[in-house]
Write a protein that binds this ligand. Structure first.
Ligand code: ATP
Length: 252
């Protein structure tokens, strides 16, 4: 471990908790999607949430964002209960969400999409736009292009950029690598690292467990609505159960 990574690790493990999920239950009618999950994210961390299709990862992020109301349990942000608060108010508290499937506004330009991300402020701050364009130079080049005509990778960048325009302290990223070519995936993960290095805490949902764990401090594994493992990311990367189930390795 280098001095820099050691210090970063130490900061993360002693930093205050920014997000806490306590015995969280979420149901769709009779179906229990989350069945009592506990999680904590500390300031400055990248935390990966892994799990197979249908495990409940998207439901977790949507519940944090106020898009689902828990049946029981609590979501706390900076120590305050936020479950039950409407989603636009959650954005105002400092939680940004780049959703599954990107959901850019296809008929609007790149710039208009970024304006939408800044709606919690009376006026868009040039510094926020400059930050997004510095992270994603491709968006700057295409600022007047309709979002629906962007490539998948560019739409992903726009979804992340739009979330950053709300100046979040905590950024929720739902499957940012989905459907993208390996080179673009590598680029997106580099940018997530940079966003985190600039001071934004990240909760990252990914099918791409190997890439996610390489940039994460810690990881949680969700299986059919329950947390079955949580550990420092390097331990999960070395764990034979993770290697078989999520990293595509066959057992010897
Ligand atoms: P994926 O990687 O496929 O997106 P996930 O881990 O994000 O999966 P969720 O989308 O959170 O999983 O779904 C968790 C469970 O809740 C699944 O069984 C799913 O079928 C169910 N579910 C999700 N959304 C709804 C909905 N709107 N109505 C009913 N059931 C739902």
């Amino acid at each position: 471990m280098t001095v820099a990574t050691h210090l970063a690790h130490r900061t993360a493990t002693t930093a205050p908790t920014i997000l806490e999920l306590a015995d969280l239950h979420v149901s769709y009618g009779a179906i229990g999607a989350l069945r009592g999950i506990d999680m904590a994210v500390r300031e400055g961390e990248v935390v990966a949430l892994l799990g197979a299709n249908g495990a409940g990862k998207t439901t977790t992020l949507r519940t944090i964002s106020g898009l689902h109301r828990p049946a029981a349990g609590a979501v706390r942000f900076c120590g305050e209960r936020i479950d039950g608060i409407p989603s636009h108010s959650v954005v105002g508290l400092g939680i940004g969400h780049s959703p599954e499937g990107r959901r850019v506004f296809a008929d609007m330009t790149v710039l208009e999409n970024l304006h939408m991300g800044a709606y919690r402020f009376k006026r868009l701050r040039q510094a926020d736009l400059d930050r997004v364009f510095a992270l994603f130079p491709r968006l700057a080049e295409r600022r007047t292009q309709q979002a629906g005509t962007l490539s998948g990778g560019e739409q992903q960048m726009l979804a992340m950029g739009r979330a950053l325009m709300g100046r979040p302290e905590l950024l929720l990223l739902d499957e940012p690598s989905m459907g993208l070519a390996p080179l673009v995936v590598a680029q997106i993960f580099e940018i997530i690292k940079e966003i985190n290095a600039q001071g934004t805490t990240v909760l990252l949902v990914e099918q791409n467990a190997a890439q996610a764990l390489r940039i994460a401090d810690r990881g949680y594994v969700l299986e059919t609505g329950r947390i079955t493992m949580h550990a420092p990311a390097h331990e999960l990367l070395d764990d034979p159960r993770i290697r078989t189930a999520y990293l595509g390795e066959t057992t010897p």
